[in-house]
Design a binder for this molecule. Sequence first.
Ligand SMILES: *[C@@H]1O[C@H](CO)[C@@H](O)[C@H](O)[C@H]1NC(C)=O
Ligand SMILES: *[C@@H]1O[C@H](CO)[C@@H](O)[C@H](O)[C@H]1NC(C)=O
Length: 346
Amino acid sequence: MAFKHLQIFLIVSLVSSICFSITLSRPLEDELTMQKRHDEWMTKHGRVYRDTNEENNRYVVFKRNVERIERLNNLPAGRTFKLAVNQFADLTNDEFRSMYTGYKGDSLLSSQRQTKTTPFRYQNVSSSALPISFDWRKKGAVTPIKNQGSCGCCWAFSAVAAIEGATQIKKGKLISLSEQELVDCDTNDFGCGGGLMDTAFEHIIATGGLTTESNYPYKGEDATCNSKKTNPKAASITGYEDVPVNDENALMKAVVHQPVSVGIEGGGFDFQFYSSGVFTGECTTSLDHGVTAVGYGESMNKSKYWIIKNSWGTKWGESGYMRIQKDVKDKQGLCGLAMKASYPIV
Ligand SMILES: *[C@@H]1O[C@H](CO)[C@@H](O)[C@H](O)[C@H]1NC(C)=O
Ligand SMILES: *[C@@H]1O[C@H](CO)[C@@H](O)[C@H](O)[C@H]1NC(C)=O
């Protein structure tokens, strides 16, 4: 009898210890799954770390980001956009902001601005005549998505995209132009250290234009200006104009005429991991990034959006683009996109 009891006791304790060990190992299992995800992510994005110490630190950041992305994507209220574990998933938001944006505040502008702006020429365009949706990509005025890499020269990509568009509209030819020429040669701005689209326009007016992307290719780092490569010029501008501040309707009038450079607050977590849908995420109006508005539209359920061309490669957002909520209550526009918009005159 005693022996049997002992047997039962053993079986019970064995079963309970199995159950116990399963509950215990659940977090362990999650941890292993997450580590596997990190490994796969590293392979997918070609990420190599210096040593295991760095890998471990990056893993902690990766895990925190993945968990937050999944929590936000699963919010029961449902959001109008989705986030994804993209190429920025092993960067803290502070690191991301300092590496991938690069828009300088207005202090730069007031000290550098000559008097090249002319008044907003689209003021008298009738609002009621504006189409419900408009997309410069469909009209062949937008070059393929580019990638600034970890160089804070968004301002160069934004200015260049606006000039590429204006040139195509005026001359009928879409030519990819050089950002690196601006990074290296535009002394109004600070290369990978940041800059402004308007001061880039000033520089381009002063030097007579920009050469092509292929003639002065993008390196993604500061280098000395190679004056031999800056010729021949492939596009030039005669001036630029600012869109009236805090007026999404004025921005719309401009965007139907040409792609427009806009300042935006693009350094937030939602922006970092945006993947699809109409962005209505968290952001401020402390402009830190430059992008280009290339159109606007209305989704199935009538939510209005701008189409923004970014310079973070095609893996970010909707193949490199973002749809972001348009006509918000705040006059400054979502993420401040109506605060500092301007366009070049070809
Ligand atoms: C638009 O529709 C989507 C999908 O049904 C929904 O998730 C989203 O909340 C809607 N957006 C607005 C602004 O109503
Ligand atoms: C807009 O219309 C007003 C009144 O006709 C005119 O004075 C002004 O010059 C026009 N502005 C532009 C930019 O054409």
